[in-house]
Ligand binder design. Sequence first.
Ligand code: GRG
Length: 297
Amino acid sequence: MSELKFSDWMAQQQSRAETALERALPMSSIAPERLHEAMRYTTLGGGKRVRPLLVYAAGKLAGASAPTLDVAACALECIHVYSLVHDDMPCMDDDALRRGKPTVHIQYDEATALLTGDALQTQAFDLLSAPGLFADPIRQLRALHTLARAAGSRGMAGGQAIDLASVGKQLTREELEYMHLHKTGALIRAAVLLGALAGELDDDALERLDHYAKCIGLLFQVVDDILDAVADTATLGKTAGKDAANNKPTYVSILGLSESKDLAAELANEAVASLAGFGEAARRLHELAHYIVSRQF
Ligand code: GRG
C-alpha cells in the first residue's frame, strides 16, 4: 500500500492528537467544572500540533506502540498549551488572541488562566507517569526526566525568564540562540526524544535524533521570528508584529530578514542531514523539517 502524502498524513495525525486530547483531558462536567472547561477551551480545536506530530513521527521510526505515543503526544501538547496560556497573561506578553480566539484570561479571568496553566502542566506528568505506559519502565522514567528538564528552569521556563529579562536589550547572536534553544527548542527536542524513547532505539540513534531535534527546535523559532515580522494577525491567529512593538531581540532584528531566511534553510538542511542513517523510516521527520521551514503560520 502506498504511503500517504505529507499533507494527508499531517491531517490524519492532527486529528489523532485531537481525539487523544479529547480523551485525556478531564470532562468539563466534572468538578471543578470551570477549570476543566477552560483547560478544554484552550487545548482543543486549535494549533498546528507540531509537538504531537514530532512524537508520532519519531515514535513510528522507533517502533513504539500507538497508544503509548498518543499519551506522550498529549503530555507534550499539555505542557505547550500551559506555556501559551501563561505567556499570554498580563504579567508576561499580555495578549488577547491565541489560536484565533480570546486568550484564557480574557475569556475567563486571570486566576483561571493561572490555574489552567498549572493544571495542564501537572496533567502532562499525570499522563506520562501512568504505570505500565511504556513497555520498559526505565525508558518511561527517562521520558519523564526528559520532559521535566525540558519544561523547567533549565529548559522552557528558563528560556522564558531570559526572554523577559532581555526586552529592550541588545543581545548577541549567541545569546539569542541560547535563549531560543531553551524557550522554544527544549520542548520540541523533548517531543522527538519522547517518541524515540517510547520505542527501542539505542543511544547512538537517540543522539542522532537529538541533533535533528535541536536543529528543528531552533529552526522553529527562526521561522517564528520571520513570521512575526512579515505575516498578518489574521493569518497567524495571534497578534503579529509584537516582537518589534515590544522591543524584543529576534533573529530578524539581529540578522535582518534575508540572513534569517538563510539561517532557516541551513538549519533545515542540517536537521535533515542528521537523519541520513535512518533511511526511508525517517521520511516523516524529514518532511516535518521541510514543513517547519516553509510554514506560513
Ligand atoms: C510561560 C513558562 C512559560 C513559557 C512560555 C513557549 C513560550 C514560553 C512562549 C510562547 C511565546 C512564543 C510566541 C514563542 C515562540 C515560539 C512558539 C512556541 C510559538 C507558538 O507555538 P506554535 O506555533 O503554536 O506551535 P500552536 O498554536 O500552533 O500550537
